[in-house]
Design a protein around this ligand. Sequence first.
Ligand SMILES: [Zn+2]
Length: 214
Amino acid sequence: MASVERKYRRTIIRTVMIGFMLSAFAFAGSAKLKDSDFVRVKDHIPTIYVDLRYASERNFMRKKVYNFHEAYLRYGTVKKLKRVQEALIKKGYSLKIWDAFRPTYAQWELWKVTPDARYVANPNKTFSPHSKGHTVDITMVSLDGAEIPMPTEFDTFTAKADRDYSDLSPEERRNGKILEDEMIRGGFKGNRNEWWHYSDAVQYPVEKIFVPAK
Ligand SMILES: [Zn+2]
């Protein structure tokens, strides 16, 4: 009986120790991350939808600009986005990312096809804020990922795409505003001409080395 008890005690001690080690590991893992580190968004916000349009031909150029399908952003920006997602889930919605970190080579690709500074940042002068890893093109969908009325499609360069929502249907206006209110509350700034484009109010430098894995 005594030996069974000892064995039982040893098992408990071992389990507790493993638990401690694992939690220490998990703690060390996240404690090591700096706000400026690049992280895969889905690792930190598993419920978010990702549909990178420049990894496909469903963008204004009808051309694939990069060949990875995972959204990467600065860790500091992802922490803010996580709070926005939590707020939207409570309202019955979810975020869906159309574009996140854009390597500088992709900016040259865009410029080659569309050398027009109204639509694409001129990489000879400056790179897009997407190359800083703190900017996202983002929309809102239902919890199951279904499309809902939003101001326009991605990369629609018309008056309907700006932040004056007066020319939209009531549903489009309402949903665009819900997204905007939560993003602003979460610490992001919106682009005046593109309702889907938001930057972290905290700035980071252009990243020229990091490229997301395929
Ligand atoms: Zn953008």
